[in-house]
Design a binder for this molecule. Structure first.
Ligand code: AMP
Length: 282
């Protein structure tokens, strides 16, 4: 199927308005490009729900820290366009930074409390950048339904809260994490991994599965579970554990005992590549 690529906000508005006049509902998948099968699953789900599907491809500078990989983040627009077309999207919005941030912006969206742990402290300003750009994209695309991946579990939780708190008229759907055959969560950053790193990286998901199995077998002491998880991740050759936490999946706050649904979430450097993954324990 053919998909149109546009770069301006005005073009998105015209295309979406035409789709609406034709009676179609509008689905939206925000991405940073370098698309893979995880993104394709979101687009297919959007296409199954909505008659007109918009995918944004924008490497958002405001969600990267000064020492992060903004400059080297992979940019593969032609391949992204092809994947979007095959997965059933109608429109790809690939704006420049100048189109999204034309002059000095002084308005930001901040979701408190849910950013107290995990990538909040690990990546200061990250979620403010994410929420601000996602709300801007919502206001540009005006979707009925927006699709996010469980792979970025904290992000999905925060976006849901933003939509609820600010009465944003968008339905948020969170889709399961898509994995490689060996369990590694698909990520645009996996392409940074050397062959050796790629062969060790699936141990991240194995560690998450092991801690979940321990929990389901009856271990409810979160400190013990976290330290076992941390130790298993630290034993991966060439790894450095950024965090390995088990939190209340609703509040994303620490919990002493596993007496409610929890999210086991990790960030691990394999060499210089920072990978995140999570599993729900309930
Ligand atoms: P990204 O471009 O990687 O920032 O992600 C764009 C969207 O795709 C986010 O909602 C992610 O959670 C989602 N996503 C990324 N990787 C995966 C995956 N392996 N499975 C499911 N969704 C994913």
């Amino acid at each position: 199927m053919s998909v149109t690529v546009v770069t301006t906000i005005a073009e998105v508005r015209v295309a979406v308005a035409a789709a609406r006049r034709a009676g179609k509902t509008v689905g939206f998948v925000p991405t940073m490009g370098a698309l893979h099968e995880g993104h394709a699953a979101l687009v297919r789900s959007a296409a199954a729900t909505s008659g007109f599907v918009v995918v944004s491809v924008f490497v958002n500078p405001t969600q990267f820290g000064p020492k992060e990989d903004f400059a080297k983040y992979p940019r593969t627009l032609e391949a992204d366009q092809k994947l979007c077309g095959e997965a059933g999207a109608q429109l790809v919005f690939a704006p420049s930074a100048a189109e999204m941030y034309p002059e000095r912006s002084v308005t930001f969206v901040e979701v408190k409390e849910l950013d107290a742990e995990l990538d909040g402290p690990a990546r200061p300003g990250h979620f403010r950048g994410v929420c601000t750009v996602v709300l801007k994209l919502f206001n540009i695309v005006l979707p009925d339904v927006a699709h996010f991946g469980a792979k970025d579990g904290q992000q999905a939780r925060i976006i849901r809260q933003m939509v609820r708190d600010l009465n944003v008229p968008v339905e948020v759907r969170v889709e399961p994490t898509v994995r490689e055959a060996d369990g590694l969560a698909m990520s645009s950053r996996n392409r940074y991994l050397s062959p050796t790193e790629r062969s060790t990286a699936p141990a991240i998901y194995r560690a998450l599965q092991n801690v979940k199995a321990r929990a389901l077998a009856g271990e409810i002491d979160v400190a013990r579970l976290e330290s076992a998880l941390h130790a298993e991740l630290a034993a991966i050759p060439g790894s450095r554990v950024d965090y390995a936490r088990i939190l209340d999946s609703e509040t994303l706050q620490p919990l002493p005992r596993l007496d409610r649904p929890a999210l086991a979430a990790v960030a691990v450097f394999i060499g210089t590549t920072r990978l995140i993954d999570n599993v729900l324990i309930q």
